[in-house]
Design a binder for this molecule. Structure first.
Ligand SMILES: C[S@@+](CC[C@H](N)C(=O)[O-])C[C@H]1O[C@@H](n2cnc3c(N)ncnc32)[C@H](O)[C@@H]1O
Length: 168
């Protein structure tokens, strides 16, 4: 009985953190101005029907240009998706937001139905943190047409980043 109560308390603490703290913290840290040039560079290459995996609070939405006809945003967090919904309304872009995970995309997204897949700072969120993203992309048949790696400027020794573009 005591163990069950403690487990329930732990679960509800985790629930509160995941529901209220983490989404705001994610939005706050990802809104930093120093990330904007990276976003502009990556989003500038998007065209047609775009799938944004791990869309978060929708911080890329204001950056999509006229070459983009629709953005389908997928994320595991309903709270972040609610923020993305507000960002989409402000931008006036055709946006469809779906709760789901990158590993098992919602079945409403048909195979070969998107022109561009955008992922910004969402490939390391999956439990294995030190994944070698470029090797993984190559191993599933993608050809890297652009790749730049390096540490973000400033005193952030852990912020090693990959920026690139790949084609099937
Ligand atoms: C660091 S945030 C980046 C958010 C957004 N891409 C941006 O640039 O602001 C990582 C995002 O990935 C989402 N995420 C984590 N694991 C995921 C998964 N397995 N599938 C889809 N999204 C995931 C998180 O909910 C979060 O929104």
């Amino acid at each position: 009985m005591v163990a069950t109560d403690a487990a329930n308390r732990n679960m509800s603490r985790k629930g509160l953190y995941a529901r209220y703290v983490l989404p705001r913290l994610t939005d706050l840290t990802m809104s930093r101005k120093m990330l904007l040039p990276y976003r502009q560079h990556v989003i500038g290459g998007a065209a047609g029907r775009v799938l944004e995996s791990g869309i978060g609070s929708g911080l890329n939405l204001p950056l999509y240009g006229d070459a983009v006809e629709e953005v389908i945003g997928v994320d595991v967090s309903p709270e972040l998706l609610a923020m993305a919904e507000r960002a989409a309304q402000r931008r006036g872009l055709r946006v469809r937001l779906l709760e789901g995970s990158a590993e098992h995309l919602p079945s409403t997204i048909a195979d070969r139905s998107v022109d561009t897949v955008v992922i910004t700072w969402a490939m390391c969120s999956i439990p294995i943190l030190n994944r070698k993203t470029d090797d993984l992309l190559r191993s599933v048949g993608f050809r890297l047409t652009h790749l730049a790696t390096g540490y973000a400027p400033g005193p952030r020794p852990m912020a090693f980043m990959y920026e690139g573009q790949a084609e099937p």
